[in-house]
Write a protein that binds this ligand. Structure first.
Ligand code: CA
Length: 228
């Protein structure tokens, strides 16, 4: 499981973040000062850092630059409302994403997942995803089933890739609309249904006889490895 270092001086928030992420299965280390945080990053080489911008001993942007000087670890910056102008500066200084306080637990979880997914995607770049007889070359946007190339539309490819990167995990249609269609609040779940049925056809399966794409009624859909 991925490890996360939280650098946040406000004890209440720090403990809440630590608990939420630990409950999600992440290995969590948390500190209340920039210097302890820097040590935790160097010592633990975590998979992700959540960094509060307002720290007692050092400005968050300075710490960000210090971390960037020694590590490529993904960093999500937590910033207070009204500091929006600073967000751009923060991203320029090397942050990968940011959360504006106050943020919901769900938003935090989603950002953490998204950043880690992007990173693992980058790490695997050039290396196809293999799921049973399905081979997904993300960089070339080519999908093969039993070595035969499938003719997918761009959205079908994006949808399949999204599900493939979370193989075995049930994903809600709302989440798919948010992540694949970039419509977190709007959009119709029917759009997702239609693309899933097209994808099914191209994978040579039907809803009644599914191998890769399984609908979990009332919850969402998941891509499974039929050989497992
Ligand atoms: Ca603070």
């Amino acid at each position: 499981m991925a490890s996360v270092v939280i650098i946040e001086d406000e004890q209440r928030i720090r403990e809440l973040l630590a608990r939420v992420l630990a409950d999600q299965g992440y290995v969590v280390d948390s500190t209340g000062t920039a210097m302890d945080g820097l040590h935790a990053v160097v010592r633990g080489s975590p998979d992700l850092v959540i960094l509060d911008m307002g720290l007692p001993d050092l400005d968050g942007t300075e710490l960000l630059k210090m971390i960037r000087a020694v590590s490529d670890v993904p960093i999500i910056v937590a910033t207070a409302r009204g500091e929006d102008a600073d967000v751009i500066k923060t991203l320029d200084a090397g942050a990968d994403d940011y959360l504006v306080k106050p943020f919901s637990v769900e938003q935090l979880e989603a950002r953490v997942r998204a950043v880690l997914r992007r990173m693992s995607g980058d790490a695997r770049r050039g290396q196809p995803l293999l799921i049973g007889d399905l081979e997904i070359d993300v960089a070339a946007r080519v999908v093969k089933l039993n070595d035969k190339e499938l003719d997918l539309s761009p959205k079908e490819f994006d949808l399949l890739r999204f599900l493939a990167e979370r193989v075995g995990e049930v994903v809600s249609k709302r989440e798919i609309l948010a992540e694949v269609w970039r419509q977190p609040y709007g959009g119709s779940e029917k759009t997702v249904d239609v693309h899933i049925s097209w994808l099914r056809k191209k994978l040579g399966e039907s809803g009644a006889k599914s191998r890769y794409l399984q609908t979990v009624f009332g919850v969402g859909v998941k891509l499974v490895d039929p050989s497992e």
